[in-house]
Design a protein around this ligand. Structure first.
Ligand code: FPP
Length: 240
């Protein structure tokens, strides 16, 4: 077991978010269909979740399917739906045993097959009382959509305009308990946010790595946390 040498466990980020990018390119580089890249990404995901739990991280959120991913070829969308479902079936008990609490954020959508929604609900319910890592899957998620949905929720709740502030809006985000993201990691050399957790990433440290997602392992997570810990976070103020 790699125990995260070099990490100061007394100063861990509270919330790490990952854009798991590069599955398609990983597969194409090997002459394989893109979907094989997603399959290989499962090992990366599980190793990362276990590594996060091992060092005592509290929140880890991954981008599994964006509101824009519906534009991919229907066969790949179908694959991703079935893959997410089977991954939940195969892995949720294992994560449960590791005291991981599984949550989902995203927009409910009739295009998500009923059985996928059922597996999501089961995994969330099974692990709801766990007290270790909160592992959140962003599924049919878009950062702007989340803010729009929160604004709609605010209006529906009848809050008077002069009482609308950041705290009031946060109550209507998909997961009001989700802390702000301290560290966002994106793999595969792409330097973009791509509509991920826009509200929660206002002050995030961003770490971009050329590693393609299927090659990512807990050691890469630990390296990113070391980079984060070497940075000087000022939140718009001055530290000295
Ligand atoms: C991006 O690679 C990755 C995805 C669209 C999704 C990956 C999903 C998983 C690893 C499974 C997650 C499932 C759960 C339940 C957490 P890409 O296809 O954009 O790669 P490319 O940029 O090389 O084309």
């Amino acid at each position: 077991m790699d125990r995260g040498a070099g990490i100061d466990v007394t100063r861990l980020p509270t919330h790490v978010a990952c854009v798991m990018d590069g599955n398609g390119r990983w597969a194409q580089a090997r002459g394989l269909p893109r979907t094989e890249g997603h399959t290989a990404g499962e090992e990366a995901l599980i190793d990362t979740v276990e590594g996060a739990a091992e060092i005592g991280l509290q929140w880890l959120t991954v981008y599994a399917f964006s509101t824009e991913n519906w534009r991919r070829p229907p066969s790949e969308v179908r694959f991703l739906m079935g893959f997410n479902e089977s991954l939940l079936v195969r892995r949720s008990h294992e994560l449960h045993e590791q005291n991981v609490r599984i949550r989902f954020v995203g927009r409910p959508d009739a295009r998500i097959p009923r059985r996928v929604r059922a597996r999501i609900d089961e995994a969330v319910e099974l692990t709801a009382a766990n007290t270790g890592l909160t592992f959140t899957v962003a599924f049919n998620y878009g950062g702007r959509a989340e803010i729009v949905d929160a604004a709609a929720g605010l209006v529906r709740s009848g809050v008077p305009a002069d009482e609308v502030d950041e705290a009031a809006l946060v109550k209507h985000l998909y997961d009001a308990e989700m802390p702000e993201v301290d560290l966002m990691i994106r793999t595969s050399g792409e330097n973009r946010l791509s509509n991920f957790l826009l509200w929660q990433m206002a002050y995030s440290e961003l770490v971009f790595t050329d590693t393609l997602w299927p090659d990512f392992r807990r050691r890469d997570l630990f390296d990113a946390i070391c980079i984060y810990q070497a940075r000087d976070r000022r939140f718009g103020g001055l530290n000295r």
